[in-house]
Design a protein around this ligand. Structure first.
Ligand SMILES: [Zn+2]
Length: 277
């Protein structure tokens, strides 16, 4: 159930329930304090245990696909995989140059995708968000500003940053986002608390093409298709897209070939939301 928050959106106001790892971490901190109170000579052991635990919490936030800090989709649910569905996700848009061309490519193939939009960009290009939704794709939440210090925010700032993007995107797309992806996948334990309050499910990915830094289309494609399997969530970017030597976005070269590869493998690209049915 913890991995399927989006399936229970009616429970959006349900109280936050930290993961077993976080509850264990809290207990360890309490035990370390109690230990030092009882026997002050134990302080090096207590400090070592707390430091090791803090390092594990940090690692949980720096590994985008980790579930230590809260539920996190790295693949589609089993039922979607059984239907041979996969999800194409496009982050950091909308972009006035790239997004319309992505929409045209997807329309040619009858493929559906999930766009993790940045709230401020969406507000600057409202017509693009409406076009994405009108074409049957899903608009999901990728925060308001895509802040570089996103992993350092506290619970109140998380709710502000994600909640205001949620309002903007819901108004433009005509339905509220169900999923959230953290900028660069980085976060801290407070994110799960904020997502619980907002009724959003965290999503990372199965594999990514590194298409914001790699200008080699063949290499980006290989990263996405190596080991390709039903249920995969693939990460690409229509915003911050890397360009090749001629100035063309690498994504636009990769996407048709990726759609061919999916068709050849008899895999059907659907939105994340469709995979819930
Ligand atoms: Zn991003």
């Amino acid at each position: 159930m913890r991995d399927n928050r989006a399936m229970t959106l009616s429970n959006a106001a349900a109280p936050w329930r930290p993961t077993r790892f976080l509850r264990g971490s809290a207990a360890l901190h309490a035990a370390a304090l109690a230990g030092v109170a009882i026997g002050p000579e134990f302080w090096p052991w207590a400090l070592g245990a707390v430091a090791a635990n803090q390092a594990a919490i940090l690692a949980g936030g720096l590994l985008p696909r980790s579930r230590l800090l809260g539920p996190n989709w790295t693949r589609l649910p089993e039922r979607a995989a059984a239907r041979r569905e996969v999800a194409l996700s496009l982050d950091d848009g909308p972009d006035p140059d790239v997004t319309p061309r992505v929409l045209a490519l997807l329309a040619e193939r009858g493929a559906r995708a999930t766009f993790f939009c940045i709230g401020e960009r969406a507000a600057r290009h409202p017509e693009l968000v409406r076009s994405i939704a009108a074409a049957g794709h899903a608009v999901e939440n990728h925060s308001l500003r895509h802040r570089h210090d996103f992993a350092l925010l506290g619970p109140r700032r998380y709710v502000e940053e994600i909640g205001s993007a949620q309002n903007t995107l819901a108004a433009l797309a005509g339905s509220a986002p169900c999923f959230f992806r953290a900028p660069a996948g980085l976060r801290n334990p407070f994110l799960d608390l904020a997502l619980t309050r907002l009724g959003l499910q965290l999503v990372s990915w199965t594999r990514r093409g590194y298409d914001t830094r790699n200008a080699d289309a063949a290499d980006v494609l290989a990263r996405l298709t190596r080991g390709l399997a039903p249920g995969d969530i693939l990460l690409l970017h229509d915003g911050h897209a890397m360009r090749d030597a001629t100035g063309a976005p690498v994504l636009l070269e990769v996407l048709p070939r990726l759609l061919d590869a999916l068709a050849a493998a008899q895999l059907r690209p659907v939105t994340l939301r469709a995979a819930l049915d």
